[in-house]
Every structure is written in structure tokens, then in C-alpha cells.
Design a protein. Structure first.
Length: 192
């Protein structure tokens, strides 16, 4: 069992439904807690969710994010969780948090990954390719988009009648079910 406190920072670019789900999941955890939520968009709905959850949130610019002094904002943080965060993680952050940055991607990597492949772009590509299944991939982050070590995958069927919206709904369901649990089991295994 873990005997130390582990602090998470969540990086999000959008509405923050995964950030909220993760925060609630760890709300009563004895050793793991979400300390802050950071976003590259000042008007992202994730800030409103953070306020309601009583979690500090702040915004940063692309220049701030790429500057090595950004690390000061993460002084008390043990793991970074990317929950719908779209920017490539700078090399200094990857090096400062080796195997401690976790991302979720809405496809079965290595298929439909890489720059520009996010959200509805992925679901549209999956349907257009005639795929019979899609799913989620939870993986560690390295210096390349969607190329880090895979920790977990879950699948769902792609029906002939699926639209990007209906497929997104199936994917979100998988994310909410598996992302917090996978984060927890990975961190517990790393710290036991």
C-alpha cells in the first residue's frame, strides 16, 4: 500500500468533464488528490467546474507553457494528468516528470493518433475509415503526440449507424469508467 501523499495537476483545454470525473473519483482517496487544474484557455468551462469542486484553477499562455520557469507552477505536483489537453508537452516537462504524465486519447492507438487528431476529428476519421471498433487509450506522455507507453485500452463497437456524436458518447462513457481507475492503479503500482 501507498504511504505517501500524491498530488495531481490536471491540464485541460475544454469543458473539463474528464477533469471533474477524475477530481470526484479521488475526492475521498486516502493518498491521491487533485491539487489544481490548469488550462491554456481562459474561457474554458473547466474553470467553472474547478470552482464548483473547490479546486484552484489557472490559465497559462503558449509562451508561459514553453518556458522552463513553468515548472515552478508544478512544485507540489507528483503527476500531471492530461484530460482533453491539446498542446504538445515541452521536452523539459517530460524530463522533469519522467513516466509521470498520463494522457487519454479517444482511439485505439497507434491508429488515429498524432497532431490534429483529437475529439470529433478522431471519431470522423474512424467512421470514414470503416473501422469496426474504436475505444480509448490511456498512455504515458513522451516528446511525441500519442507515442508514449500504453497503460490501458478499452474498446467499443462502431455501428454502421454511428455518427461522430454517437461514437463520441460511447468513448466518453469508456473514459469516465476507466481513466480514474487506470490513473489510480498506475500511481499505486509506482509508489508501493
Amino acid at each position: 500500500m501507498m504511504d505517501k501523499q500524491v498530488n495531481l495537476a490536471i491540464l485541460a483545454s475544454g469543458s473539463g468533464s474528464n477533469a471533474e470525473n477524475i477530481t470526484k473519483y479521488f475526492d475521498t482517496h486516502p493518498n491521491i488528490q487533485v491539487k489544481e487544474i490548469l488550462s491554456n484557455k481562459p474561457d474554458a468551462f473547466v474553470h467553472e467546474r474547478a470552482r464548483k469542486l473547490d479546486i484552484p484553477s489557472s490559465t497559462f499562455t503558449r509562451d508561459q507553457f514553453r518556458d522552463s520557469s513553468f515548472i515552478k507552477r508544478l512544485e507540489d505536483i507528483d503527476y500531471i494528468i492530461l484530460a482533453g489537453f491539446l498542446w504538445l508537452i515541452p521536452q523539459f516537462l517530460v524530463k522533469s516528470f519522467p513516466n509521470r504524465i498520463i494522457n487519454i486519447h479517444p482511439s485505439l492507438l497507434p491508429k488515429f493518433g498524432g497532431k490534429g487528431m483529437y475529439g470529433d476529428h478522431v471519431h470522423k476519421a474512424v467512421i470514414e475509415a470503416g473501422e469496426k471498433e474504436s475505444g480509448i487509450t490511456i498512455h504515458l506522455v513522451n516528446e511525441e503526440y500519442d507515442k508514449g507507453k500504453i497503460l490501458f485500452q478499452a474498446k467499443c463497437e462502431v455501428e454502421p449507424s454511428d455518427t461522430p456524436d454517437s461514437l463520441a458518447s460511447k468513448i466518453h462513457s469508456l473514459e469516465y469508467t476507466h481513466f480514474p481507475k487506470t490513473i489510480e492503479s498506475y500511481i499505486v503500482a509506482q509508489n508501493s
